[in-house]
Design a binder for this molecule. Structure first.
Ligand code: BGC
Length: 403
């Protein structure tokens, strides 16, 4: 059977500034890599200089939209100063996207912060929200005529979990109490940012859609001797990690659409109330290069659960890291099939973005894991389109899929 996607469907790929641009030296991540002796992002994919070429490649794959993030530490490299060079750069980037027929979806915060912000207490201090809002206003004012879709934060709960509970990302805090403070401040910043963007667009006749990108997983209790308690942790993770923030912001009427990042299933084991990921059990699912449990049916299940919010949905990230091309292709086909089935069930899905356009810097894991439609040879910066990307290109062109 063939399933046709809606005519205005957004077919895209996503990237983030720190993972691709290169030389983002004023960020907390740059400092963290040095302090912890991790792989350095360094030049990354040199996308800051090669963006035009990358957008050309994206267009050659029949994409009609593109998700990227703005690097706050470039726009504000030092305390309360804006860089005109960086603002001009991002303005040009968005112009080039339009010239290539790629609709921009712009993220304002994708895990990284300026070092001066962190030195003043970062997200732990509610007084610092104003700095983020000043940056947001400046960027939105600059790009308002050219951007319809804004993502204020990418995966705030992943950021908080890794940076303030597990302590494996900057600032390396391990405290539930501090994590709660950061959550309150980020939610606050989102709500203020949402109102500011709406206010800025009131003066022009361009529509605006605002959201945050929410990472969701299918949680299931780890099937070991502690299954009952593991299942309780899985239940709590589903309730709080997956749904709490979406429910809260939706009640406040501050989400114009749902932006879903979906990758895999997670088996959870009981470890205090928060629980922890359990990687060692004998699970049925195929594992990708990172050991993630691949579960396309879960994508469908989550999409159906999101129906109750009665909001349009955009898949702002979906993807995998593999070593064999056939495994990327299988992942892509399976997930698109379940996406199409969800559409048939009446879920209002407006777009799909593969993570990522390019093989890039995978945070604490460095450059080893490859999510890209396009391979990057980091020594020469030469790009090569991977075979499975042509399968994606065909779907984007035909706007339909065989299921
Ligand atoms: C993040 C990306 C990351 C990807 C793969 C998402 O959670 O937004 O920055 O590279 O997952 O791990």
């Amino acid at each position: 059977m063939q399933i046709q996607f809606p005519s205005s469907f957004l077919w895209g790929a996503a990237i983030s500034s720190y993972q691709c641009e290169g030389r983002n030296f004023n960020t907390d991540w740059h400092r963290w890599e040095k302090a912890k002796g991790l792989d350095r992002a360094g030049w990354a994919c040199d996308h800051y200089r090669l963006f035009e070429k990358d957008f050309y490649l994206a267009k050659s794959l029949n994409l009609n939209s593109f998700r990227l993030s703005i690097e706050w530490a470039r726009v504000c490299p030092v305390f309360v100063e804006f860089s005109q060079e960086a603002l001009d750069h991002y303005s040009e980037v968005i112009d080039v996207l339009h010239q290539k027929g790629l609709k921009p979806v712009v993220t304002l915060h994708h895990f990284t912060n300026p070092t001066w912000f962190i030195d003043r207490g970062g997200w732990l201090n509610s007084k610092n929200i104003d700095y983020f809002i000043a940056y947001l206003k400046r960027v939105v004012e600059l790009l308002k005529e050219k951007v319809e879709y804004w993502i204020i934060f990418n995966e705030p709960l992943v950021y908080i979990y890794n940076g303030f509970i597990r302590g494996i990302w900057p600032p390396g805090v391990k405290s539930v109490k501090e994590a709660k403070k950061v959550l309150d401040n980020i939610v606050q910043a989102y709500l203020i940012g949402y109102k500011e963007i709406k206010r800025i667009y009131e003066t022009i006749s361009i529509p605006v859609q605002i959201s945050l990108a929410k990472h969701m997983r299918v949680f299931s209790g780890c099937p070991d001797s502690n299954f009952a308690l593991n299942s309780l942790s899985a239940f709590l993770r589903n309730k709080y990690f997956n749904f709490w923030i979406v429910e809260y912001l939706n009640k406040k009427r501050s989400l114009d659409f749902l932006a879903l990042n979906y990758y895999c299933k997670e088996y959870t084991r009981f470890k205090g109330l928060i629980g922890a990921e359990c990687r060692h059990a004998k699970h049925r699912e195929r594992k990708n290069d990172l050991g993630w449990d691949i579960h396309p049916k879960g994508f469908y299940n989550i999409l159906l659960k999101l129906k109750k919010f009665n909001l349009p949905i955009i898949i702002t990230e979906n993807g995998t890291a593999e070593t064999k091309d056939s495994l990327y292709e299988d992942y892509l086909r399976q997930h698109l099939k379940h996406l199409a089935k969800a559409i048939l069930k009446g879920v209002d899905i407006k777009g799909y973005f593969w993570w990522s356009l390019l093989d890039n810097f995978e945070w604490d894991k460095g450059f080893k894991y490859r999510f890209g439609l396009i391979e990057v040879a980091y020594d020469s910066m030469v790009r090569r389109i991977k075979p499975f990307a042509y399968v994606y290109a065909q779907v984007c062109k035909e706007n339909k899929i065989e299921v």
